[in-house]
Design a protein around this ligand. Structure first.
Ligand code: SF4
Length: 368
């Protein structure tokens, strides 16, 4: 990744600090951009009268806004970089700073993947009229990941991206339409700020007219969540490297098998630690309380544990049989191997308790 090709839009922040006469500003950045934080502080402190503090704890999203602790330190403005505002109130004045990347990868290498995926979607569309199938067949399709039983009304290409590449979407939509695809840039719910945006915990723009996806971005974090949530084929075009690829079905199947293994491992568990995230955009207290009541209904025990950061060293020693996580949904999906005991999503707990059915499709844990 060439950091010099990122555009940090600091002008608005400088203006905001000057007009608001802010004196102590907390700068919060994603991990990959922290290396440039000192340079930004130099700019901000020379262009304004403010002192700037780096909020140096890990930050993976706008769910994790600086809040009351910095207020106690006297911070009067938070500058949050690289994520967009979501439907939460941290209790502090926060300026969101866009970061864009100027990479514009060629479309041609991804076209063969898109054509194959459109064909798969067309086949699924013609199959989707079959309503009643047996349990064995359902499970077979489910383990096929993209063969999940999801209603489809069309085979449009859903064009999405991670935040630093969203400015490319309209241009790529036009290019894809020229290449013969029927393209939609989906608009999601309140947690998402921009059309085409996806988060690791929210893919709410998905709808039955979308048959397959193209993701502009890097890494597997968003692609894994998108396929787990939608069950639809996904191509990836990486603006950092210009690489074109598809989300591997083997990888999704491996994750689903692992989830099923954890459900089996926790099947006879009697006591559960229920994790509540303290970060403003991860806190699902009502869900945690509902799960505790559900466990009681099934004559099992649930203990509530509130944490800012979730990690094995902070929970493994509790004498419970398993954990269920209501904080960032990706902790259970991406990190469960790090924990000594099964770490489940709320849906998976409900499967164990017989309240939900695995056979009718894996339900991704989304924060709306
Ligand atoms: S995936 Fe997790 S870290 Fe990312 S925005 Fe959602 S809750 Fe926050």
């Amino acid at each position: 990744m060439d950091l010099n090709r990122h555009d940090f839009q600091l002008d608005e922040l400088v203006e905001k600090i000057r007009t608001g006469d802010h004196r102590l500003v907390a700068l919060q950045l994603p991990e990959g951009l922290k290396i440039q934080a000192l340079e930004m502080i130099d700019t901000l402190e020379s262009d304004t009268d403010a002192q700037v503090i780096i909020a140096a704890d890990p930050c993976y999203g706008a769910c994790d806004l600086v809040h009351h602790k910095m207020k106690m330190m006297g911070v009067d403005l938070v500058a949050h970089m690289g994520h967009s505002q979501m439907n939460i109130d941290s209790g502090m004045e926060t300026q969101f700073i866009d970061v864009t990347y100027d990479g514009t990868p060629e479309l041609a290498p991804v076209i063969p993947f898109l054509s194959t995926h459109r064909k798969m979607a067309q086949e699924r569309l013609s199959e989707s009229s079959v309503q009643e199938i047996g349990e064995a067949e359902a499970q077979e399709r489910f383990l096929d990941a993209v063969g999940r039983i999801t209603p489809l009304t069309d085979v449009k290409l859903g064009l999405v991206g991670s935040i630093q590449h969203l400015h490319l979407l309209e241009e790529y939509k036009a290019m894809l339409e020229n290449a013969g695809f029927d393209v939609i840039i989906p608009t999601g719910g309140d947690r998402l700020t921009f059309p085409g945006q996806v988060l690791g915990c929210n893919y709410s723009g998905d709808d039955p007219s979308i048959g397959h996806y193209l993701f502009l971005g890097s890494g597997d974090f968003h692609p894994v969540g998108l396929v787990l949530h939608t069950g639809k084929p996904l191509s990836i075009l990486d603006p950092y490297t210009s690489e074109a690829r598809e989300m591997s079905l083997e990888q999704i199947e491996r994750i689903l098998r692992q989830r099923f293994g954890l459900i089996m491992a926790a099947d006879k568990a009697n006591s559960f630690g229920i994790l509540i995230g303290e970060k403003p955009g991860q806190m699902r207290r009502s869900m945690a309380l509902r799960l505790k009541r559900l466990l009681e209904k099934h004559e099992k025990k649930g203990y509530l544990l509130a944490l800012e950061h979730v990690g094995p060293e902070l929970i493994d020693f509790y004498p419970v049989d398993a954990f269920v996580n209501t904080a960032c949904p990706r902790i259970a999906i991406d990190d469960s191997v790090k924990y000594a005991k099964p770490l489940l999503t709320p849906f998976e707990l409900e499967v164990i308790l017989g309240e939900k059915q695995w056979e009718s499709g894996y339900q991704f844990d989304e924060i709306p």
